[in-house]
Design a protein. Structure first.
Length: 289
């Protein structure tokens, strides 16, 4: 799944003309997007997410709600007046630009359009309701970008900025490996940033009690920062345990020199240069400069 951060999504339609009714706090919780050539076009997921609700009410007509998750926070998007029931199911994960339904005019509607809601960031555990949706609704227009790969028929002047390149996903956790420099965080949602600075852009979070390899470290902003990958750094807070790669290894019965070298990623020549030429069980070898 592509990661565009928590402020970027696409125009959620293949055919998107102008906005026929804008956002009005306390009156119109969302925007209405009209059609240009294809009335009953595909409705698209604004961003990667998961279906939290779908159904039908006399006012909204057919609707579907997606949750878009960012660590301990999320946004909701809601798509109403659909032609028919959403083609995705509650609990299903969806990707940005994936078809989730068809634009229509079901419910209390005077013509074919998409009524599109977006909320501010809220707690990830908050349960969906339409009253909560309206309470946290914001104007979606600053958060919508066009992508010619998805928005194929017409692009309105209301959204002229092209979708930026995705932010690289935070690296995956790994298994414990004594031959690698690793960290493990014993606290949920430690932020990963694009640079070793508290002011750098947030990319995501580390998973609690999972191991990650690190490539480099440096001091800044009062923390030791650890580089997980190019452009991915996390701060050495008190709950972060640092596990440097083992420098020494105790030989056990059955070990062979080639096997030891393979395990620690070194050449036989390097191992011999750092240690005695004859190796016996119980010897403690240096395996890293």
């Amino acid at each position: 799944m592509a990661n565009y951060g928590n402020n970027v999504g696409i125009v959620p339609l293949t055919d998107a003309a102008g906005i026929t009714q804008g956002f009005k706090a306390g009156k119109h919780y969302g925007i209405d997007i009209g059609w240009y050539k294809e009335k009953y076009c595909n409705i698209l997921a604004w961003q990667d997410g998961q279906v939290e609700a779908k159904g039908y009410y006399s006012d909204t007509g057919y609707y579907v709600v997606l949750g878009h998750y960012y660590g301990s926070s999320k946004r909701w998007t809601c798509y109403i007046h659909m032609k028919q029931a959403a083609c995705v199911n509650v609990g299903q994960k969806v990707s940005i630009g994936q078809k989730i339904g068809i634009r229509g005019t079901s419910g209390n509607s005077t013509g074919v359009h998409l009524h599109f809601y977006l909320t501010k960031l809220i707690t990830k555990t908050k349960a969906f309701s339409f009253s909560n949706l309206k309470q946290y609704a914001i104007d979606p227009r600053p958060y919508m970008y066009y992508d010619p790969g998805f928005n194929t028929i017409y692009i309105s002047k209301d959204w002229t900025k092209k979708l930026p390149a995705p932010i690289p996903d935070v690296v995956d956790p790994v298994s414990r490996d004594i031959t690698k420099d690793q960290i493990i965080c014993h606290e949920a949602d430690l932020r990963v940033r694009t640079a070793p600075s508290l002011s750098a852009e947030k990319l995501g979070h580390l998973l609690k009690d999972k191991y990650y390899n690190y490539l480099d470290s440096r001091q800044t902003d009062g923390y030791t920062w650890y580089q997980l990958a190019p452009g991915q750094w996390c701060a050495g807070i008190s709950s972060l345990e640092v596990l440097p790669a083992n420098v020494f290894y105790k030989v056990i019965e059955g070990d062979t020199i080639p096997a030891i070298c393979e395990r620690f990623g070194i050449s036989i020549e390097s191992l011999v240069n750092m240690n005695p030429a004859i190796i016996q069980p119980g010897d403690v070898l240096k395996v890293k400069e």
